[in-house]
Design a protein around this ligand. Structure first.
Ligand code: PAF
Length: 282
């Protein structure tokens, strides 16, 4: 069956019916995306298939999650190629609304990400996570999936979506998917296509720093090893390097035991990249 493209709410309802979602217990998993699909997104779609009978992909570059001066206008939009990816991965429906379909002109209510939305990535992108959670909740309400799959590369986003689902009793099961990397360690991202060949070499410092930190034992050693790699690459303009508690994204103390996320954000040329690894301490 060809992938169904739904541009608006009515078409989405029809698509759910055409797929038979809800009939005889038939389930749907959603992969929310902003398009410019790559191998990482394909892995999310494959994981989604393991969690439901049908897969929906949303493609929507969400203006609410971009701050002034960020890359909303130039964010890559590759709809026809994205549709081919979805068809090849056996996706049942692609929901691709226009901004006017998603947001009422007189809208007033948004989701607040709370304290976790203001630290780490949130400290550098004020309001970003409010915008992410608002669109994700709207997508959940419109698509009505049983499960939704998000990449662990956006670790703080995933933690906040889990928090929202728990705090607001959203009836969706959230699935985290492993980060997919190039052979040389670069984490896949739609923004990688902005990188010049020279930028790409510089960008490798991010994953190298994380892998160096992951070799160490204590929080101080981990931070020191990762920082040393970043310091050796002055072309990477680092916003933050944190070793954070996965539940709060606050920096962990020296006596922290259990999971911690070593996360980095840096600008390389005109491109801002993020990456992380999950470590077990103690
Ligand atoms: O991770 C993304 O691509 C976006 O933040 C998401 C979850 C699709 C919301 O716009």
């Amino acid at each position: 069956m060809d992938v169904i493209v739904a541009d608006d709410r009515a078409e989405l309802v029809e698509a759910r019916q055409a797929l038979g979602v809800g009939e005889g217990g038939s389930t749907l998993a959603l992969v929310p995306t902003m398009g410019a699909l790559h191998e990482g997104h394909r892995s999310l779609m494959r994981l989604a298939r393991e969690h439901a009978d049908h897969v929906a992909v949303s493609i929507f570059v969400n203006p609410l999650q971009f701050g002034p001066g960020e890359d909303y206008a130039r964010y890559p939009r590759t709809f026809e190629a994205d549709l081919e990816v979805c068809a090849a991965e056996g996706v049942g429906v692609v929901f691709a609304p226009a901004a006017e379909e998603m947001y009422l002109p007189d809208r007033q209510v948004t989701v607040s990400a709370g304290p976790m939305g203001t630290v780490a990535e949130g400290a550098f992108r004020p309001g970003h996570f409010d915008g992410v959670l608002t669109v994700v909740l709207k997508l959940f309400n419109l698509v009505r999936p049983d499960a939704a799959v998000f990449g662990r590369k956006d670790a703080q986003q995933l933690a906040l979506i889990r928090r929202m689902v728990a705090d607001l009793d959203v009836p969706v099961s959230v699935v985290g998917a492993p980060t997919i990397r190039e052979a040389d360690g670069l984490a896949l991202s739609s923004r990688n296509r902005y990188l010049s060949p020279e930028d790409r070499t510089v960008a490798l410092a991010l994953s190298r720093a994380l892998f160096a930190g992951a070799q160490e034992g204590t929080p101080a050693e981990i931070r020191r090893a990762a920082r040393a790699v970043l310091d050796a690459e002055p072309e990477a303009d680092v916003d933050y390097l944190i070793l954070a508690d996965p539940a709060t994204f606050a920096e962990v103390g020296d006596d922290h035991g259990g999971e911690a996320i070593l996360a980095v954000a840096a600008r390389v040329g005109t491109t801002r990249l993020i990456d992380n690894v999950v470590l077990t301490l103690g």
